[in-house]
Design a protein around this ligand. Sequence first.
Ligand code: GLN
Length: 286
Amino acid sequence: MTAADIGGLLRECTRRLAEGGNEDPRFEAEQLVMHVCGVTRSDMVMYPGLPVTAEQQAEVGRCVTRRLSGEPLQYILGEWEFYGLPFKVGRGVLIPRQDTETLAELAVKFAREHLHEGFTAVDLCAGSGCIGITLAKLAKVPVKLVELSEQAISYLERNITLNGVEALCEAVRGDVLSAETAKALPMFDLIVTNPPYLTAQDMRELQTEVRFEPETALAGGEDGLDYYRRMIPLWSARLKPGGMLAAEIGMGQQDDVMRIFEECGMAARYEKDMCGVIRVIYGIKQ
Ligand code: GLN
């Protein structure tokens, strides 16, 4: 990059992204310039003549190169918003998706409506912690966040601090498929999970950006349902009567996952995401 001011840098960055085939070059250039130069969008509009340093030019250039190699914008920025809250992200942790706000919203609503002394919740396969931390922050309930990956758990811990919910959230390192993990935890009023659910076929056809994300957070076995088959029997037994188990699913998995809930003695219901796709299956323990 050679532009000497913010306005020029933004134009140059937009052009390089567009030439490289980026689909939303203006938006992404703004994000990168704001990130590197520490300016707001209104600064860029109102003060395009703000000078930039050689180091900032070079850094924006490095960011563009990374982006054009297919690395997700979110990893380059190092932070992404979920449900209006900030989450640190990077290699080794799944980027929070807007689809997942459906599950977070359902969980917050359930916790608010069923709040009582001793209410407790758990987020299984917590990753960045976006579901559990949002739940703790908005409904003010204690949440345990279970995650196996050491890399993901380091982001999870930073996100607990970043959102100021240290008093409510506890990161627990553990395998959600193991009975030992389940038995070591108390009974819960609310269990939420966004497990890996992509099929073997999906995994072969991943978009370039998604290939940068951890396979362990995505791959759900041949038909994508491995985690539901193993987790729902194990964890529905850890629900208090009247408690709710809610799981995000992939498009079209509702019939299979609802059947698994019903085999575990829970009448299953669903919730659609903002695109109208059935995105969450949930059941209440009798
Ligand atoms: N929704 C993610 C995707 O589309 C998948 C996340 C998951 O498997 N839980 O890539």
